[in-house]
Design a protein around this ligand. Structure first.
Ligand code: KG4
Ligand code: ZN
Length: 371
């Protein structure tokens, strides 16, 4: 089965072809440079850019994979959560293509696609405990099958990546700052008491990173000299640590902030695992831990969740870097898995903006010609 995946939920336009669980190819255009000028994604600009590049990316993909459009068996498109205008570009393109090719189309939950992406590289032992950490989401799921996701915890304010990016902005780093903070952390010493491990004093598996952000803000208010001054221009050279004392203090700040985020993620995931195990029911079993999303690239987060998995003798599955960040391979893969289960949408399915639940409103596979 050949599935075309389309992703346009935020600032990446991507199309991919997956055949029988194997990625044939992907074309992707990131808008990071465009939005870096504004310090965050500007929704109107994002939609316009998706509309400009999506057609050429489709042509390029088919050409590179030497695939004829008629070979495509089904289409899968991210329907949410995401930026409404951006999602609508991908969905309109997918529906138009579905009509033209007379092929079934599926609207895909972007968060579930992130969690299932690793299935392109390894078989996922279900049930799995999943942690999705990106710029927009921090979710813990118990996943019993590709169709059954139970949300155990989520951020009640900023996502982990958002907190890291905002911290980076306070330090004068370009957006998105996560990779720089990770890089500079390697040269810094962690001061475990510098930042709080927020929102642990409860019995739930939710997150709240706003207190951590405020702690960083208050600290930097008192120390305005702790800022990156070189390489902060998004178009120029990458930022670098300044020499001397300020440089080592900045590296220590990055390492300490990153450790606070990583510890908090690990502690809440450990709590979720403990609560599932306490249930002692067959349905609450955990056979693996999945880590996904852009922040899964972070070395401290990987090490922390890796240690948790090892302590509990569970395999940890983390997709390779290109499958961690937004991509269309995960959408195509999820589409293929769901379509094999006999599912599809009719042309009435809609986009779902951030903050709203993506419904499980699939229908049974019908050819349009059959009504
Ligand atoms: O999943 P993603 O590509 O996009 C969505 O948000 O959907 O995640 C992007 C996030 C950004 O916040 C970025 O700063 C963060 O992932 N990120 C990192 C690292 N690489 C990317 N955060 C910490 N350490 C990294 N190495
Ligand atoms: Zn994403």
């Amino acid at each position: 089965m050949l599935c075309l995946g389309i992703e346009s939920s935020c600032d990446e336009t991507a199309l991919a072809l997956v055949r029988d669980g194997v990625l044939l190819g992907q074309t992707l255009k990131s808008q990071i440079d465009l939005h870096a000028l504004f310090g965050g994604v500007v929704p109107e600009l994002a939609s316009r850019e998706h509309g400009r590049v999506i057609g050429p990316l489709y042509d390029q993909l088919l050409k590179e994979c030497r695939v004829d459009p008629q070979e495509i068996d089904c289409l899968a498109v991210t329907r949410g959560p995401g930026l409404l205008g951006s999602l609508l570009v991908g969905i309109a393109f997918a529906k138009a293509l579905a009509l033209t090719l007379q092929k079934p189309v599926l609207g895909i939950n972007h968060l579930r696609a992130h969690m299932l992406a690793v299935g392109l590289e390894k078989e996922i032992p279900f049930p799995a405990l999943g942690l999705l950490v990106s710029g927009g989401h921090t979710h813990i799921y118990h996943i019993t099958s590709p169709l059954d996701f139970r949300l155990l915890g989520r951020s009640i304010d900023d996502a982990a990546g958002e907190a890291v990016d905002k911290f980076g902005k306070m330090l004068g780093l370009p957006y998105p700052a996560g990779k720089y903070i990770d890089r500079f952390s390697r040269e810094g010493e962690i001061r475990p008491n510098l930042f709080p491990r927020p929102y642990l004093d409860n019995d739930n598996c939710d997150f709240s990173f706003s207190g951590l952000k405020t702690a960083a803000y208050n600290l930097l208010e008192k120390r305005p000299e702790l800022r990156f001054t070189t390489g902060t221009d998004a178009q120029g050279a990458p930022p670098a640590l300044p020499p001397g004392e300020i440089g080592s203090e900045l590296a220590g700040l990055c390492a300490s902030f990153q450790a606070a985020v990583a510890d908090t993620l690990r502690l809440k995931l450990e709590r979720a695992l403990g609560q599932l195990r306490e249930q002692r029911e067959e349905g609450a079993r955990v056979e693996s831990i999945l880590l996904a999303g852009g922040v899964a690239a972070n070395s401290a987060v990987r090490a922390g969740i890796g240690a948790l998995a090892e302590k509990n003798s569970l395999p940890l599955l983390v997709p390779s870097a290109a499958l961690c960040t937004d991509n269309a391979a995960m959408v195509a893969y999820t589409g293929e898995v769901l379509h094999r289960l006999g599912l599809c949408h009719d042309l009435a399915f809609s986009a779902v903006p951030r903050g709203e639940q993506v419904p499980d409103d699939y229908g049974k596979f019908l050819r349009y010609s059959e009504g």
